[in-house]
Design a protein around this ligand. Structure first.
Ligand SMILES: Nc1ncnc2c1ncn2[C@@H]1O[C@H](COP(=O)(O)OP(=O)(O)O)[C@@H](O)[C@H]1O
Ligand SMILES: [Mg+2]
Length: 240
């Protein structure tokens, strides 16, 4: 976690996103506080990726507000995102990280040491010189997490980071996410995987067809969802 002032909480109000005349997100509102791991849960097509991209500033909302408790510039610098399919530069494993640090304005003399400890944490130290695109899917995802870790974000957005991974690689990635959490980085992860949401979530945002139907404590959601859609989803009967 960054040593400067946190960009959290994040307040999202009346957020809407429309494309080609279709309302893809409608009146979404919530607050993300530091600390608890928040899982954005919902079936395929619910709008999870859109919501993450909007919060991370990759898309502009049609209407509504996304407010960080710090200025826009600081907010941009102190957040990171990891996608389902890792985006690797055509460079070595380690320079994928040092390059990201350069882009963030980290001083040259600090980049290498920070990249090396990130690789160490992700179990990739021995692969530092290998072209990143030759790593396995699981290794690439660990590199994406190492790269995010090296930038010391206050909040890490994760969009179905394990959806393309086998169980062993998933386990490893979940352990790294746990490490971020232990270090004080806010976790905001989208998944359609109920079991993963149970493992990781302290609180749940349940999204369905572009609407935020439930938000709150994970245990309460899993024991007693408030909506019929929430109940159907937990029963495995809500497919989209
Ligand atoms: N840029 C876009 N323009 C138009 N439609 C989009 C765009 N991005 C996503 N969609 C549509 O919005 C809906 C929600 O997509 P997405 O956020 O990817 O859902 P999820 O991540 O929950 O599976 C889907 O119907 C998808 O086809
Ligand atoms: Mg998605």
């Amino acid at each position: 976690m960054s040593s400067t002032v946190s960009i959290l909480p994040l307040r999202v109000q009346h957020l809407a996103f429309e494309a080609n005349g279709t309302q893809l997100l409608d009146d979404v509102g919530f607050t993300l506080e530091a600390g608890r791991r928040t899982v954005l849960l919902g079936p395929n097509g619910a709008g999870k990726s859109l919501l993450l991209r909007l919060c991370h500033g990759l898309l502009r909302p049609t209407s509504g507000k996304i407010q960080w408790s710090a200025g826009a510039q600081r907010a941009t610098r102190q957040q990171a995102m990891v996608f389902q399919r890792p985006v690797m530069l055509r460079r070595s494993t380690i320079s994928n990280i040092t390059h990201a640090l350069a882009v963030r304005g980290v001083a040259r003399e600090k980049r290498k040491a920070r990249a090396e400890s990130a690789l160490e944490i992700a179990g990739l130290a021995e692969l530092a010189r290998r072209p990143a695109r030759l790593l396995s899917g699981g290794e690439q995802q660990r590199l994406a997490l190492a790269r995010a870790w090296a930038t010391e974000p206050d909040i890490l957005f994760l969009d179905e980071p394990c959806a393309s991974l086998d169980p062993a690689a998933t386990h490893y990635v979940e352990a790294l996410i746990e490490g971020f959490h232990a270090d004080g980085t806010k976790i905001f992860m989208a998944t359609h995987d109920l079991m993963q949401a149970r493992r990781i979530g302290d609180e749940i945002l349940f999204l369905h067809k572009g609407r935020l139907l439930e938000s709150g404590d994970a245990t309460a959601f899993f024991v007693q969802p408030k909506t019929k859609e929430g109940r159907a989803f937990i029963a495995g009967e809500l497919l989209w």
